[in-house]
Design a protein around this ligand. Sequence first.
Ligand SMILES: [Zn+2]
Length: 93
Amino acid sequence: MNQITNSFGVEYPKIPEKTQCVLSAKAHELVYFENVAHVEGSMYQVKSTSDKDKVYVIDLKNLDDHKLDCPGAKYRGNCSHLRAVRIFKRGEC
Ligand SMILES: [Zn+2]
C-alpha cells in the first residue's frame, strides 16, 4: 500500500515522495515571500508560516537546536525551514 505506480509503470514509495515535494514547495515559498534572512555567520532566521509571531533562528553549525523547536526537523531530520535556508544561501528561488 505504500508503493505507488506512475504512468510509466515505475513503482516508488508514496509517502516519502509526497513529503519531499511538500517540503520543497514550502521552502521555495518561504524564500520567495522573503521569510528567510541572514542574521550573522552561520545563523539564519525563518519566519513561521503557521504562527506569524514565531521566528525560527537556525544555526547551520548546530542544527540540533532547531530540532528542539520544530517537529519536522525532530522526526524527519529535515524540514521546510532548513531547506529554505539552503535555497536562500544558494540565491535561488
Ligand atoms: Zn523546521
